[in-house]
Every structure is written in structure tokens, then in C-alpha cells.
Ligand binder design. Structure first.
Ligand code: NAD
Ligand code: UGA
Length: 461
């Protein structure tokens, strides 16, 4: 359907954390393709067209500015863009359903279905439709049924191409992916569509990093990848609890265990629990799938990863409460970091939300600081934040507080002058390093009582 000098027109529906960055990278790497990104949210599209991008991701802005208006376009004219597209990536949100059948576990597929219907209504030529969103296994079947219902003679070929990038390192992950996964049907038209998508990625991804599978393997592999990653975090967090009562040190244990090349060193950092928009949702999606197929033992195996994560967040709160003499009423606590991980302003399902809510229930007064997530923090705690202050400067946030709870391991927090901070805190001064991010011995020497995850406390009592 190309009517310009570009080889192909690529469209992405959904200009979020995945759609915006992935299309920016494709536009940078494929100057011969025209890329359009559309969304129902005018506010989001306006932001992508402005100097204040809607998301913070290191390295993203430079790359947007390099190609925006050349071969990368952000628009709200969804219908026209569909009509002109050859390849359509679907990158809309797929949250956990919070109503009716499957509430709390199944994926809410309403945005996917709305998108499919809109594609069908506005297509006058054959198109490749690529599942970029994370979807339940066999979702492609549903998409295909919707797209081919009615008889307008247009053929749609569905591919699955899940995204594996992690926020904060998204640009690097997409420029140098461990692998790109493409699932297709094993039919002539399926294989032809697969080749078209492979050609896009071959602009920068080495051929040996492209994995092609059938549709269902591709859809399932995405859920399994997130489940395995989250499972490692819950595993090490469970060991952290054992360390705290035995005086073993979780950092030493994870180093010793991770040195086994069969296990590997990554994703073994104990913390306050995993957050982010996907781990919980995707595991629950897998759990729901298992229950649907009556694989109940398997469902409970994976559900336990989420249960352990909830337990870890609660354990962090309980420790603060117990250590601070079993009452937080009127006590001031500085919260260092609200984003679910560093280098992002994203707070979706951030452990900080749960932890702050619980601390507020205990009637603590919170001073929250974060380099990029304060705007989202305000939204997350709206209506319950009469005892919350949002303060950009961590030194100011810590002035006069009884304790510091470090929840996100921003690099800047390891570089602060903790003597200066200690001098202006109430005594005894407590620090709860939820990420084992700080120099605990140095903090102890300054006078802090130091509580970290999976380690014996260092206290002056
Ligand atoms: P997001 O909420 O940031 O973005 C989704 C966008 O889709 C929103 O801007 C929304 O307005 C838009 N949208 C919804 N319905 C629409 C419609 N009918 N037409 C046009 N636009 C519509 O979500 P996200 O974080 O980008 O995630 C998108 C998908 O990618 C999810 O399935 C998620 O699981 C998956 N994923 C996310 C990440 C991540 O790091 N965030 C990584 C890998 C995969
Ligand atoms: C995760 C996956 O890493 C991506 O591959 C995937 O594409 C993405 O989910 C998705 O599907 O959305 P993301 O959630 O952006 O990416 O970030 P991660 O780096 O995986 O961190 C998730 C959470 O786990 C964070 O809260 C982080 O602090 C926590 N974490 C991570 C730990 O507590 N310990 C670790 O060792 C690693």
C-alpha cells in the first residue's frame, strides 16, 4: 500500500512504553521504511510530538529527534494510518482483568479486540498484523477470527513478535537484543509474512539472534520468559528471609550460587519485591491459562511466585515497624525512590506503592523523593496522601526524619553525603536499604542503625 518513496509503511497502534521506543529504534535503523505510531490518547501523541516525551528512557529522546518528521510520525489519525499500512504492530495495553470472569488473573482483551475491529473496518489491502503486546497463548486465533469475519476480501496474516526489552535499558535492549522472536503459521502466506518481518530486523540484528517458531510457541515464550525472571527474584527473596535469621548474607549467597554457569548471576538481587507493569500480570496470565486447562498444580506453582512477592513487600514494612519500636505514629520517614526500578519514571505496580500505603496505615508521615517518578507517585497515592510530602531534593526529604527507606536503587543515592544527612536526622537514626545499594559499614560508622535485605543488621543498640 506504499504510496511514497518508502519501501514499506509500518504502523504501530499504541504509543506507550513499548510502541514509542520500539518504533523509534526501527525508524532509526530502517530509513527505507515509513513508521507511523498512533494512539487513542491525543495527550500521548502530543507529547511524542513535543520536547517533553511521555516516557523517560535513557537515550530515547536523541533517537526520536533524529528521525521524527523524516520517517517517524506520531498521529491520532488511526483510520487513515491503518488504510495506508503494510505491516501493523499492535502494541496496546493488556492489563489484568479487574471484573467478571477471570478477574484478578485473566488478561483484559478489550483493547486488543477494539484494535482488531478497527483494523478490519479500515483495511482495503492485505496486511500483516504483528502481536507486539503480550497476549495469552492462542490469542492470534481470536485476532484472525475477528479480522477475517465479514467478507471484504482482504487477507490478514498474523505474526507474534513479543517484546523483551526492560525499562531503563530499553534502547540498549532493542538495539542489541539477545534475541528477536517471530512466530508465524507454517503456511506459504505465513512464511512470506515472517520473511517480511525478518527483513525489517535484519537491518541491525544478526541473523543468528532471530528465532522463528510457530505462533503458539512465540506467544507462550513471552509469558514464560517473564515468569522465569520473576521466579528468580522470588527465589532469592525467599533466601533473603532465611539469611536475616541465620546471619548468612544474601549478597554472598547469590554470588556463590550465581557463579555456577548453569544458574547464572543475573536477576539474583534481593529487594523489596519485583514491580513493573508486566511480571505480576504475565504470571497471573500464565496461572489463568493453567487453570483454564485444569493444570491446577502448575497454576499453584507459578502463583506462588506472586504470593512470595507480596510477602516480601509486607516483610519489608513489618521490619521497619518492629525495628522502630513497634509504632510509626507521627514518625517521619524519608522514602528514597518510588519508581519500580531506576532509570525510569514508571511506577506501575511499584513496590513503593504498596509499601507507602502500608506505612501510611501505620500513621507514619512520608517524605517521598525520586529523580523522575514524583509526578506518578502523586497520582498513585492520590486521596491518601495528606501525610505525604513529595520532595525533589533527597537532602531536604531526609531533614528531621526518624528513618530512611530506600526502595529504588538510583545511582545518585549511593553518592549522597550521608554524614550531612545523618546530622540533620532524629536520633536514633535508621536506614532500611531495600536494595542493598549503599555502603552499610560506612553508614554504621557514621552512626546509622542499618537494616538491609537478607543481611544481619548493623546497630548501635
Ligand atoms: P502502555 O499502557 O504504556 O501503552 C499502551 C497504549 O495503547 C496507550 O497509550 C493506550 O492509549 C493505547 N491504546 C489502547 N487501546 C487503543 C486502541 N484501541 N487504539 C489505539 N491505541 C490504544 O503499555 P505498554 O507498557 O507500552 O505495554 C504494551 C504491551 O506491551 C503490553 O501488552 C505489555 O505487556 C507489553 N510489554 C510491555 C513492556 C514494558 O516494558 N512496558 C515490555 C514488553 C512487553
Ligand atoms: C521485565 C523483563 O525484564 C523484560 O524482559 C520484559 O520485556 C518486561 O518485563 C515486560 O514484559 O514488561 P521490566 O519490568 O521493565 O522488564 O524490568 P526488570 O529489569 O525486569 O525489573 C522488574 C522488577 O524486578 C523491578 O522492580 C526490579 O527492581 C526487580 N528486580 C530485578 C529485582 O528485584 N531483582 C533483580 O535481580 C532484578
Amino acid at each position: 500500500m506504499t504510496t511514497n518513496n518508502f519501501k514499506k509503511n509500518i504502523l504501530c497502534i499504541g504509543a506507550g512504553y513499548v510502541g514509542g521506543p520500539t518504533m523509534t529504534i526501527i525508524a532509526n535503523k530502517c530509513p527505507d521504511y515509513k513508521i507511523t505510531v498512533v494512539d487513542i490518547s491525543k495527550e500521548r501523541i502530543d507529547a511524542w510530538n513535543s520536547d517533553q516525551l511521555p516516557i523517560f528512557e535513557p537515550g530515547l529522546k536523541e533517537r526520536v529527534l533524529k528521525v521524527r518528521g523524516k520517517n517517524l510520525f506520531f498521529s491520532t489519525d488511526i483510520d487513515a494510518a491503518i488504510d495506508q499500512a503494510d505491516i501493523i504492530f499492535v502494541s496496546v495495553n493488556t492489563p489484568t482483568k479487574n471484573f467478571g470472569e477471570g478477574a484478578g488473573k485473566a488478561v483484559d482483551l478489550q483493547y486488543i479486540e477494539q484494535t482488531a475491529r478497527r483494523i478490519k473496518e479500515n483495511s482495503r489491502s492485505n496486511k500483516i498484523v504483528v502481536e507486539k503486546s503480550t497476549l495469552p497463548v492462542r490469542a492470534a486465533e481470536t485476532l484472525e477470527t475477528i479480522l477475517h469475519s465479514g467478507k471484504n476480501g482482504v487477507h490478514f496474516e498474523i505474526l507474534s513478535n513479543p517484546e523483551f526489552m526492560a525499562e531503563g535499558s530499553g534502547v540498549r535492549d532493542m538495539e542489541f537484543p539477545d534475541r528477536v522472536l517471530i512466530g508465524s503459521k507454517d503456511t506459504p502466506s505465513g512464511l512470506a509474512a515472517r520473511k517480511e518481518l525478518v527483513d525489517v530486523y535484519l537491518h541491525w540484528v544478526p541473523e543468528e539472534n532471530l528465532i522463528t517458531t510457530n505462533l503458539w510457541s512465540s506467544e507462550l515464550s513471552k509469558l514464560v520468559s517473564n515468569a522465569f525472571l520473576a521466579q528468580r527474584i522470588s527465589s532469592i527473596n525467599s533466601i533473603a528471609a532465611i539469611c536475616e535469621v541465620t546471619e548468612a548474607d544474601v549478597t554472598e549467597v547469590s554470588k556463590a550460587v550465581g557463579r555456577d554457569s548453569r544458574i547464572g548471576a543475573k536477576f539474583l538481587n534481593a529487594g523489596p519485591g519485583f514491580g513493573g507493569s508486566c511480571f505480576r500480570k504475565d504470571i497471573l496470565n500464565l496461572v489463568y491459562l493453567c487453570e483454564y486447562y485444569q493444570l491446577n498444580e502448575i497454576a499453584s506453582f507459578w502463583e506462588q511466585v506472586v504470593t512470595l512477592n507480596d510477602y516480601q513487600m509486607e516483610r519489608y514494612v513489618k521490619r521497619i515497624l518492629q525495628v522502630m519500636f513497634n509504632t510509626l505514629v507521627g514518625k517521619k520517614l524519608a522514602v528514597f525512590g518510588f519508581a519500580f526500578k531506576p532509570d525510569t519514571g514508571d511506577t506501575r505496580d511499584a513496590p513503593a506503592i504498596y509499601i507507602c500505603k502500608r506505612l501510611l496505615e501505620e500513621k507514619a508521615c512520608l517524605r517521598i523523593t525520586d529523580p523522575h517518578a514524583l509526578k506518578n507517585a502523586r497520582k498513585d497515592l492520590e486521596g491518601i496522601d495528606s501525610e505525604v510530602e513529595y520532595i525533589e531534593d533527597p537532602y531536604k526529604a531526609a531533614e528531621g526524619v526518624h528513618g530512611i527507606a530506600l526502595i529504588t536503587e538510583w545511582t545518585e543515592y549511593s553518592k549522597l553525603d550521608y554524614q550531612k544527612i545523618f546530622d540533620k536526622m532524629e536520633k536514633p537514626a535508621f536506614i532500611f536499604d531495600g536494595r542493598n545499594h549503599l555502603d552499610h559499614k560506612a553508614l554504621f560508622d557514621i552512626g546509622f542503625n542499618v537494616y538491609s535485605v537478607g543481611k544481619a543488621p548493623l546497630t548501635h543498640f
